[in-house]
Every structure is written in C-alpha cells, then in structure tokens.
Design a protein around this ligand. Structure first.
Ligand code: HEM
Length: 419
C-alpha cells in the first residue's frame, strides 16, 4: 500500500484546531476525546499527524532515528527573498540543538551540558532568590500588579542574564530579539514584519558572537565561557556560529516557557482555593505542587518531529516525511497513567511523571534550573504577598498560540502592608 493510500484511510480529526478560541482556552477536552477514539490521527487542517497517548508520546520521543528533529520547528520553509537577504548578514548556516539529530545533536548537547552542570545551577540559588525579592520589593506596597510584566518575565530575563554572565540591563533587548526570531520561525507574519524579525535575529547573533569574543579575550566563570568553541580558545565542540545560535536558543527556550509555567501554575492555585490553602499551610509541598502545575497545564503543549520512514504508532502507519505533533500536554492528562487526570491535586503521588519536559535525547536541558526558579518564585510570592489572589476587576488574558500555553497578562491583588 502506498503512503498516500494509507493516509486516506487513517483516522482523521477535522475539528482539531489548537488556534480555535475554544480549544485555545482549553485544549484538553479534544485531546481526551482523541485519546479515547483515535489516539494517533491526521489533521487535514494543519497537514500533520498528532500523537496523544502517554505511552505513544514517550515511545516517539525515544525513537529519534525515525522521528527526526531536523527542520521540525520551521513552519515557513520558503522564506521570501527579502528575508533571506537580511539573514545572509548573519553568521551563516548553523544548527540548533533542538532542531538536530545525532551525531550533531550529541556533540552540541555534550558541549552545553558541560556548561549546564548541577553545581553551576545550584550556585545561582541565592542570587535567584535575591532577584525575586528585589522585584517583589518594587511592587509589594502597591497591593496589585500584573504578575507577568512586573514579576514573571523580568525574573526569568534576569536569571538568564545571570546564568550567561551578561548584564541584567541587556535582558529586555535580548528578549525582544528572541521574541522576533520565534515570530519569524512561527510564520504568519507579513513580509515587512518578517524582514524586521530577520534583522532582529541577525543583530542577536552578532550580539552573542561579541559576547563570546569578550570571553575569548578574558575567560570568566559563566555559561558563555563554558560554551566557548575550541577554535576560540575554549573547550566546546562547536563553531562560533553554533555557539551563538545555541546561546540565543537557550534564552528563547528558557524565558517564555518558565514565565508561562509560573502563570499557568498560579492560575491553577487561584482557581482551586482548597489547594492554595493547603500549600500555604505547608510550603514544603511546593516542589510537588510545581510538578502538578506542569502536569495539569504545561507551557509547551507539544512539539514537532518529521518521520524519516513509515512509522507505526498504536497500529496506525504514519507515512515517511510527515510532520508529527507530539502532544506532551495530552500525554500528561492520560487517564491510563494519571488517576482522575483533570483533578488538580498538589499531593498527587506520581505528578513528576508528567511529560512537560519531554523525554529522550531532547529532554529539556534547563529542567533543573526551571524547577529551581519556579520553587523560589512561588515561595517568595506566597510568603511576601499576603492573601495573593486574582484581581476580580481584570481577567487574565490567554496567549493565542499553537503549542505555547500561557497568559499575556495576569492581574493579581494582595493585602498591601499599611504604610
Ligand atoms: C518550565 C519551563 C520549561 C519547559 C516546560 C520546557 C520544556 C521543554 C521541552 C518540552 C523540551 C523538549 C524539546 C523537544 O522535544 O524537541 C525542551 C528542550 C529544551 N529546553 Fe526547555 N523547558 C523549560 C525551561 C527551560 C530553561 C529554563 C532552559 C534554559 C535556560 C531551557 C532550554 C532548553 C533547551 C536548550 C532545549 C533543547 C534541548 C535539546 O534539544 O537537546 N528550557 N524544553
């Protein structure tokens, strides 16, 4: 049977549309229906396959030979000439860890892993706590804040600068550059906007190259020095373009995801007062609460792979060269793995088995850092902002995105200390 013929008899879900307002607000009911009825299906709307069950998601992620990451993130394979002309001013073609397969992935991951040691991460803990407290100092007297713009986003930005050893004052600029880059990759923007995004991407590449050169001249105790390529006097098996690209990818991969994970988690607490009260009565539950937050509403709903050959998943054949959406968020709601999966339970014994950080060779390299940041942020917010709750006069606004889950705004209030 040809791949086309198989596709024509494959389970199809025409109403799967993560960008439709109802599914963007709550994608989990459609996934529950598909896990029950057609756990592996083809979406004609997006011309892609979707894998929804926990066991299948884990199996796909482990089979990187058949489910390749090369070219998996790029939604606009044919960029307009004006955009390509701008990109030509960058550092040239280079691979990103997240979009590569072995042996390139193995080589780059080893280089970044060497920089991302548990010791380096735990050394950051006092400084991360200080960053959280300084941000809270700036809002505590007001009794209200948008917890994304006045806490979550600057918090992640400053932590990442600390990790890289770059000045905190560069944080907002870097965030703008990497947001533009992600917008360029996601497609959807008009040509004029794509050109602007490409310019931002090129500027960001040169910024990181310059930062690497500064460390070539004078090595420091930071992650960028640890990522310095061998041909620049460092130890990393990468060329300069790869080091710069992977540095900017670490920023993009770490900033938005962790900010969104905090917002998603806070909303769960605010809308489940019994769980919030339980946590406030025993802050030692925070680490498990974080796992449950990542399970119940993750910030990366899923990511993509491309099949290198025909592949069978749960009895369905996905043809070679197909784009596959691996739905981590659906796997983390699988009733086969989690009892009463829609219940938010910060004491859930197996919450940590969620798929929010994926599995296999691309498993999130920043997971330990993200867990530490979330633990500190939650502990400082709940301790220092008494009776923290949603602002009854301003509803939080959801982001509209295919695979990123989070909020644009998170207006909250608390009992401000009387002056
Ligand atoms: C709660 C926060 C976070 C979530 C939910 C998250 C989620 C993920 C997921 C699902 C993947 C797998 C990608 C794939 O399957 O292709 C991933 C990979 C990655 N993450 Fe995270 N992440 C978070 C925080 C961070 C942080 C703080 C950093 C770094 C500062 C980071 C850096 C990366 C990088 C570089 C990769 C690619 C690894 C590779 O391809 O080998 N992430 N992350």
């Amino acid at each position: 049977m040809t791949a086309k013929a198989r596709q024509s008899i494959a389970p199809v879900c025409p109403h799967f549309d993560p960008l439709a307002p109802a599914q963007n607000a709550n994608p989990y009911p459609v996934y529950a229906e598909m896990r029950r009825e057609s756990p592996v299906f083809y979406s004609p709307l997006y011309d892609m396959w979707v894998v929804t069950r926990y066991a299948d998601v884990a199996a796909v992620l482990k089979n990187h030979a058949v489910f390749s990451s090369v070219g998996s993130m790029q939604t606009t394979p044919h960029l307009p000439a004006s955009v390509s002309a701008v990109l030509a001013n960058g550092l040239g073609a280079a691979q990103l860890m997240v979009e590569s397969d072995p042996p390139d992935h193995t080589r780059m991951r080893a280089a970044v892993n060497k920089a991302f040691t548990p010791q380096r991460i735990s050394q950051l803990e006092p400084r991360i706590r200080q960053i959280a407290d300084e941000l809270i100092d700036s809002i505590v007297a007001d009794g209200r804040a948008d917890l994304i713009h006045q806490f979550g986003s600057p918090f992640q930005g400053l932590v990442i600068c600390e990790l890289f050893g770059i000045p905190g004052s560069h944080s907002e600029q870097i965030k703008r550059w990497t947001d533009d880059w992600v917008e360029m990759l996601s497609g959807g923007a008009n040509e004029e906007r794509m050109v602007e995004c490409a310019q931002a991407f090129v500027e960001c590449q040169h910024y990181f190259l310059e930062q690497l050169r500064e460390r070539q001249a004078e090595p420091r105790e930071d992650l960028l020095t640890a990522m310095l390529p061998i041909n620049m006097g460092g130890t990393a098996s990468m060329n300069a373009a790869e080091a710069a690209y992977n540095a900017l990818d670490l920023v993009a991969a770490g900033h938005e995801t962790t900010t969104n994970a905090l917002s998603n988690g806070l909303i769960q607490l605010f809308t489940h007062p019994d769980q919030l009260d339980l946590l406030l009565s025993d802050l030692s539950l925070i680490p498990n609460a974080i796992e449950e937050m990542l399970r119940i509403d993750t910030s990366v709903l899923g990511l993509f792979r491309v099949t290198t050959s025909d592949a069978e998943v749960s009895g369905v054949t996905i043809p070679a060269q197909s784009r596959v959406f691996v739905a981590y968020g659906s796997g983390s709601h699988d009733e086969e793995r989690f009892e009463e999966p829609e219940r938010f339970d910060i004491r859930r014994a197996n919450a940590r088995e969620h798929l929010a950080f994926a599995r296999g060779i691309h498993v999130c390299i920043g997971a330990a850092l993200a867990r530490m940041e979330l633990r500190i942020a939650l502990e400082r917010l709940l301790t220092r902002l008494p009776n923290l709750r949603l602002d009854p006069d301003a509803a939080p606004q959801r982001l509209e995105h295919f695979w990123t889950r989070g909020y644009k705004t998170l207006p909250a209030i608390w009992d401000a200390p009387s002056s």
